[in-house]
Design a protein. Structure first.
Ligand code: GLU
Length: 429
């Protein structure tokens, strides 16, 4: 297999067949604008020094400042960060928000660090990236294993270096530090609005629809809660340690309660604060992916559905809350088997959309209520879902290719407006 980046940009050529786009637009999108590699020295609690490797990539800013999260994970690489930045460019174009794509990452297992070490690492990252990011150039946010508190430290460090309060440099902050209401569950809520659109189209009865969620972090927990509250049957969840399965469906709030309490997914039923374990079958992450459910929700990392297991997938719908959970090869197999994939660049775009709202509020110094955030997110997600769905039907293509077609036409407009070969050749010729 080639690099993750090569696999990802293959979608551009596929989509270009269905939309009139200047060839140089595709060429531009195949090359990230710039990348920063850094070594971050951190004083550890025991007095020793450890150097962590970090990255920040700005992929494309034709539609606005680059935007995207910072990931703390042992498997981070420059190839991965480039790919994630590319997906951000496409994602912002799919939902039509005026931002480009960026991403950052640090090679670290934050679970091995103390909280104070994580703080020093987070502030160190900003000291290295201070000239690369900014409220009008590149705006980071949370991603895998980073959270509002880390965003708060990063904003504080940036503000100190600039000698001025700069909340708009980063999103996903704690609400008390200029974060937006509704950013915490925004990724899941965007995906949930996609499911609600399908529900209306397909006349689903939620109680008859089974759901499996792979990954029980921020996005996974919130989507499970939202769907469970609507009567959907969440029959399996997993985290990096393994998963649990129950045909009857779980009481999701108590699963979350147990996860927060013990840091493990456990089937419990809680009444007041008294929790009891309830019967559930233990399964692996791999087994969860192959369960016979209606909706499978990968909500962890990339490359979990590959050419090795794609033909064993029994779900009818896959909602990609993670970035890049399905490889290009797997996508072809799933399409052949009539599995509908609601692609990451649409399904998880709720996160960056509410990040955009947060940035707007920071720039205005005027803050919105939760209802306003939800209404605006709902309007964007349903509008763009419908657009992508109709492009899919019009051309008989996958929903992923349709989302790329939709994004490409917006990216094409922005790049074309600045002049492409056609414009310059005409004016000089
Ligand atoms: N990390 C999230 C994503 O992959 C959110 C990015 C943002 O809010 O800027 O979409």
């Amino acid at each position: 297999m080639g690099s993750l980046f090569d696999d990802a940009i293959g979608n551009l050529d596929m989509a270009a067949e269905y939309v009139s786009v200047e060839p140089e637009v595709i060429e531009r999108l195949k090359h990230p604008k710039c990348a920063l590699e850094m070594n971050i020295p951190v004083r550890m609690d025991d007095g020793s020094l450890q150097i962590f490797r970090g990255f920040r990539v700005r992929h494309n800013d034709s539609r606005g400042p680059t935007k995207g999260g910072i990931r703390f994970h042992p498997n981070v690489s420059l190839d991965e960060v480039k790919t994630l930045a590319f997906w951000m460019t496409v994602k912002c174009a799919v939902v039509g928000i005026p931002l480009g794509g960026g991403k950052g990452g640090v090679i670290v297992d934050p679970k091995q660090l103390s909280r104070m070490e994580v703080e020093r690492l987070s502030r160190g990252y900003i000291r290295q990236a201070v000239d690369f990011i900014g409220p009008h150039t590149d705006i980071p946010a949370p991603d895998v294993y980073t959270n509002p508190m880390i965003m708060g430290w990063m904003m504080d460090e940036y503000s100190k270096l600039q000698r001025q309060h700069s909340p708009a440099v980063i999103t996903g902050k704690p609400v008390s530090m200029g974060g937006s209401l509704g950013r915490d569950d925004a990724t899941a809520r965007g995906g949930y609005f996609c499911v609600k659109e399908l529900e209306a189209m397909k006349h689903w009865e939620p109680k008859n629809i089974t759901v499996a969620v792979q990954g029980f972090g921020n996005a996974g927990q919130h989507i499970a809660s939202l769907l469970h509250a609507d009567g959907y049957k969440v029959v399996a969840v997993s985290d990096s340690q393994g998963g649990i399965h129950s045909k009857e469906g779980f009481d999701v709030p108590s699963l979350i309660y147990a996860k927060l309490d013990t840091k493990k997914v456990k089937a419990v039923y809680c009444e007041g604060s008294v929790c009891e374990a309830v019967p559930a079958e233990h399964i692996t992450n791999e087994e969860l992916l192959e369960l016979d459910v209606d909706i499978l929700i990968p909500a962890a990392l990339e490359n979990v559905i590959t050419d090795k297991n794609a033909s064993a997938i029994k779900a009818k719908y896959i909602l990609e809350l993670a970035n890049g959970p399905v490889t290009g090869h797997a996508d072809t197999i799933l399409q052949k088997n009539d599995v509908v994939v609601i692609p990451d660049i649409l399904a998880n775009a709720g996160g960056v959309t509410v990040s955009y709202f947060e940035w707007v509020q920071n720039k205005n110094g005027l803050y919105w209520g939760l209802d306003e955030v939800h209404q605006r997110l709902h309007a964007i997600m349903t509008r763009e879902f419908k657009c992508v769905y109709s492009i899919m039907q019009e051309h008989g293509i996958s929903m992923r290719t349709a989302a790329y077609v939709h994004a490409l036409s917006r990216l094409n407009d922005a790049i074309f407006a600045q002049g492409t070969q056609r414009y310059f050749a005409e004016s000089t010729g």
